[in-house]
Design a protein around this ligand. Structure first.
Ligand SMILES: NC(=O)c1ccc[n+]([C@@H]2O[C@H](COP(=O)([O-])OP(=O)(O)OC[C@H]3O[C@@H](n4cnc5c(N)ncnc54)[C@H](OP(=O)(O)O)[C@@H]3O)[C@@H](O)[C@H]2O)c1
Length: 182
């Protein structure tokens, strides 16, 4: 098995903690499928003392995610903070400039600054991966880039359906019936 791919995660909220849970609980499966293990080496968020649903005690802690993007022992920086300006943008730029790949779930960042970041990624020869920022992680970007590479796609249409998520989450959280929730 190859050397582990080292990952540093900025943002330990819903998505950040979920990412740690998946990468740790499915570590063997992920390693087998990827051909190398994925090792979380560092994390950053606002409040180090906050209780989180993941054990982060073995990872290096950075108070400043922008510093982490430059200094962490990591091949990949995962940006899960949110927002199209400020920290999320700064750390993404710094990570690419420092020669690290970036993975982000940040819709606002990609919508507002994605084109410039893509240029920066190309210049540094690193990946800017944003599958999770599009359609809740439905793997459409990879399908368009690779599976449909021989096709000419002129536009992509979608339906924004937050209501469905609201209904299903409320049913799940409260046990109420479908007819009762909307
Ligand atoms: N939630 C979803 O279902 C979902 C789905 C797809 C994509 N996304 C995208 O994923 C990203 C993260 O979403 P989320 O729901 O996980 O957000 P969240 O629960 O609000 O978590 C945000 C995290 O970022 C940290 N943070 C915020 N500002 C910071 C700063 N200035 N410096 C360092 N850390 C900072 C917070 O630290 P503390 O914990 O210490 O406060 C928190 O851990 C967003 O771009 C969102 O649009 C979310």
């Amino acid at each position: 098995m190859s050397e582990p791919l080292k990952v540093a995660i900025a943002g330990l909220g819903t998505v950040g903690v979920g990412t740690i849970q998946v990468l740790t609980s499915h570590a063997d499966q992920v390693a087998a499928r990827c051909g190398r293990p994925i090792q979380i080496t560092a994390v950053s968020a606002r409040n180090r003392q906050k209780e989180r649903e993941a054990d982060i005690s073995s990872y290096a802690w950075f108070n400043d995610p922008v510093a982490m993007a430059k200094e962490a022992d990591a091949d990949v920086i995962v940006e899960l903070i949110g927002g199209s300006t400020g920290t999320a943008l700064d750390l993404t730029r710094e990570a690419l400039a420092a020669g690290r790949h970036v993975v982000t779930a940040n819709k606002a960042l990609i919508a507002e600054a994605g084109a410039g970041l893509a240029v920066a990624a190309e210049a540094s020869g690193k990946a800017l991966a944003y599958e999770a920022a599009v359609a809740g992680g439905i793997p459409i970007i990879k399908a368009l880039r690779e599976g449909l590479a021989g096709n000419s796609v002129s536009r992509v249409l979608g339906i924004l359906n937050g209501t469905c998520n609201y209904i299903l989450s409320t049913m799940d959280e409260t046990g109420r019936d479908f007819d009762d929730v909307p």
